[in-house]
Design a protein around this ligand. Structure first.
Ligand code: FES
Ligand SMILES: [Fe+2]
Length: 347
C-alpha cells in the first residue's frame, strides 16, 4: 500500500550527477540525472518504445538516448529524436516526475504532477540549518517501509535493542502521550531524573541524572523526525545539555524493500569533527540493530501461515495512527490518480 501523491527521498543530493542513476520507488523505476545547469531530472526508467531501461542509455547534453534503438528524450520526457524517421508518434514520451532538491536530499513526487505541492514536504530544515551539524547515510533494508515507521514511532524498543547506545530501562518505564494533527502524528515521551543512556554520556558527559525528551513527528508518507534532548535533571537551558534531531525518511523500493535515509543533526560542539564521526558510527551501529530485527520480522510476517491479526498495545498508539493516515491517503489519492489517468485515456 503506497501513497502516490506524496514526496519521497530519491537520493542524497551528492549522489546524483552527470551520469544516469536508477532508483526504484514504490515499485516504479526512475532514471535520475543532473542537467548541465545542475537541475535534477527524474524520468520513468522505461523506454516507451520497447521498455528498455533508459538508465542503460547515454546522457547527451541534457537528453537521454535510449541504449537500445537510440530514441532520445529531453528532461521533460518529450521525444526529440527517432533515428531514421522524422515523425514522432504522440505517445512516444517518457513520464517525468516533479523534483525538489532541499535539505541535502532529492525529493520526488510519485503521483499526479499537477498535485505536486512543495508545502507538503516535511520540515527537515535542520539537515542544513546554520548552527547545526548533520551526519547521516542511507541503509537498504529488506523489509516493508511501514515496519520502519512503526519502529521509529515506538521507541520502547530502544530499551531492548539499543542498550549499548541510546536505550536504557527509563524509556520503557515512562509512558508516551500522542496526538494526531491533520496528517501528522506527534508522540512524546518525557523521562525525568534518569540515567543518561551510553551514547548521550559519550557525546556530552553528564555528572548525574538527566531529564530526557523524545518528541516524534510523523509526516506522510514515511518521514519521521525525533527531537531528542537530554539536560541535567531539573534544568531547562539547552546550552547545558544535549540536543539533536534524528531525521528519517523511508523510501519504499517495493513492498518488501526500503531505503532508509537518515541524519543526526546537532546544535552543540559544532566544530568537533571527532564527535561527529563518533555519533555517526554509533547511530549507524544502532540502526543496523534495527535492520537486523526488521528483516527477520519481515520474513516472519511473510511466512506466517495463519495470518492472524497483530495484537497491539498502548505503546503502538502512534504507529497505529500513522498507519491509519497512510491507508486513508493511499486510498483517496490513488483513486484520484487512477481517475485522472482514466480520463486522459478516454480523451
Ligand atoms: S527500447 Fe528504447 S529505443 Fe527501443
Ligand atoms: Fe531503533
Amino acid at each position: 500500500m503506497f501513497i502516490k501523491n506524496g514526496w519521497y527521498v530519491a537520493a542524497w543530493g551528492n549522489e546524483i550527477g552527470r551520469e544516469l542513476t536508477q532508483r526504484w520507488i514504490i515499485g516504479e523505476p526512475l532514471v535520475l540525472y543532473r542537467t548541465e545547469a545542475g537541475k535534477v531530472v527524474a524520468l520513468e526508467d522505461r523506454c516507451p518504445h520497447r521498455r528498455a531501461s533508459l538508465s542503460k542509455g547515454q546522457l547527451i547534453g541534457d537528453t537521454v538516448q535510449c541504449g537500445y534503438h537510440g530514441i532520445t528524450f529531453d528532461c521533460s520526457g518529450s521525444c526529440v529524436r527517432i533515428p531514421g524517421q522524422d515523425k514522432v508518434p504522440p505517445a512516444m514520451a517518457a513520464r517525468s516526475y516533479p523534483i525538489v532538491e532541499k535539505w541535502k536530499w532529492i525529493w520526488v513526487w510519485m503521483g499526479d504532477p499537477a498535485a505536486a505541492d512543495e508545502s507538503l514536504l516535511p520540515d527537515f530544515h535542520y539537515n542544513d540549518a546554520p548552527g547545526w551539524v548533520a551526519t547521516g547515510g542511507c541503509l537498504p533494508v529488506k523489509a516493508n517501509y511501514q515496519l520502519l515507521t512503526d519502529n521509529l514511532l515506538d521507541l520502547t524498543h530502544e530499551t531492548y535493542v539499543h542498550g549499548k547506545t541510546i536505550g536504557n530501562s527509563a524509556i520503557v518505564e515512562t509512558p508516551i502521550s500522542y496526538r494526531v494533527e491533520g496528517n501528522e502524528v506527534h508522540v512524546e515521551r518525557i523521562i525525568r531524573n534518569a540515567l543518561p543512556p551510553p551514547l548521550f554520556q559519550r557525546a556530552h558527559p553528564f555528572e548525574g541524572n538527566i531529564d530526557r525528551w523524545q518528541i516524534i513527528r510523523f509526516h506522510m508518507p514515511a518521514h519521521i523526525s525525533i527531537d531528542a534532548r537530554g539536560l541535567p535533571t531539573g534544568t531547562t537551558d539547552i546550552a547545558g545539555g544535549l540536543r539533536w534531531f534524528s531525521i528519517n525518511s523511508i523510501t519504499p523500493v517495493d513492498e518488501r524493500n526500503s531505503l532508509y535515509y537518515w541524519t543526526i543533526t546537532r546544535c552543540f560542539a559544532l566544530e568537533d569533527k571527532g564527535l561527529t564521526q563518533m555519533i555517526s558510527d554509533q547511530i549507524l551501529k544502532t540502526f543496523l540493530e534495527d535492520v537486523d530485527i526488521l528483516e527477520a520480522q519481515q520474513v516472519m510476517i511473510e511466512t506466517d501461515p495463519r495470518g492472524l491479526p497483530e495484537v497491539s498495545v498502548r505503546a503502538d498508539s502512534g504507529s497505529v495512527s500513522a498507519r491509519r493516515i497512510v491507508a486513508r491517503l493511499a486510498e483517496e489519492t490513488n483513486r484520484a490518480v487512477v481517475e485522472q489517468a482514466t480520463s486522459e485515456v478516454a480523451q
